[in-house]
Design a protein around this ligand. Structure first.
Ligand SMILES: *Cc1c(COP(=O)(O)O)cnc(C)c1O
Length: 236
């Protein structure tokens, strides 16, 4: 069942790439496995998927410890400073850096572990009150601050678009995120690399690919609907 879902997503990625003249190799699919058990991750792993996304630091840690070492874990959810320690050394990338304070805290934890942590700046393109993320107009000053940090590598930008009925409504946000990354790249700031655009989820990843996404984050489309009915942290 999951295998069929995955094949369908991969087929739609290929079709979206074909429509805009991109190679599917330019698009990394992250299977967003939050709330889903290890057994389901193993099923998708068997099909060759190596990038998985989690939004809770402890859940990422627990799954990291139980699953094959060649999985690339992506931290995609809001991160509190006191939980950075669970993620450094386990996640290959933090997608959700949305303040200079958080960046500084990641930098110092990364320095302690003697690693350089690849991160993305999360930008709230639609200005939704309910979402985390930098305001677009604040991104440039954020970038300049982060360029001073030695143990962080800012690799690009990330956004979570609004939930909309028609994914075309989100095209403008994806397009604007790409423009922002090009503006930043053109400034040639030390230690800033704008090679990644993490945008597009189950509902809108094809539009995101057409607008230049290099990373898409697909949960429901692969694993099915999530069950949030349990109030406890999810069992793994
Ligand atoms: C849950 C989540 C996703 C995946 O959402 P789906 O709609 O299930 O594909 C992607 N990105 C982030 C940041 C998420 O929290």
């Amino acid at each position: 069942m999951l295998k069929e879902n995955l094949f369908q997503v991969e087929e739609r990625i290929r079709a979206a790439c074909a429509r805009c003249g991109r190679s599917p190799e330019e698009v990394t699919l992250i299977a967003v496995s939050k709330t889903k058990p290890v057994s389901m991750i193993e099923e998708i792993y068997k099909e060759g998927i190596r990038n998985f996304g989690e939004n809770k630091p402890q859940e990422l840690r627990d799954k990291y410890d139980l699953l094959p070492q060649d999985i690339r874990w992506h931290m995609i959810g809001h991160l509190q400073k006191n939980k950075i320690k669970y993620v450094i050394g386990r996640a290959c990338m933090i997608h959700s850096v949305d303040s200079a304070e958080l960046a500084a805290a990641i930098d110092s934890q990364a320095a302690k572990n003697n690693v350089i942590m690849p991160v993305l700046a999360e930008v709230n393109m639609a200005g939704e009150d309910t979402k985390f993320g930098l305001r677009p107009e604040d991104v440039m000053s954020f970038v300049r601050t982060v360029s001073e940090l030695k143990n962080i590598r800012l690799s690009g930008l990330m956004t979570i678009a609004p939930y909309v009925e028609n994914p075309e409504e989100n095209r403008i946000h994806f397009r604007n995120l790409r423009k922002l990354s090009i503006d930043i790249r053109n400034k040639n700031i030390d230690n800033i690399f704008m090679s990644e655009l993490s945008m597009g989820m189950t509902n809108d990843y094809e539009v995101a690919i057409e607008e230049g996404a290099t990373i898409i984050r697909v949960g429901t489309g692969i694993f099915g609907e999530r069950d949030y009915s349990s109030t406890e942290t999810h069992s793994i």
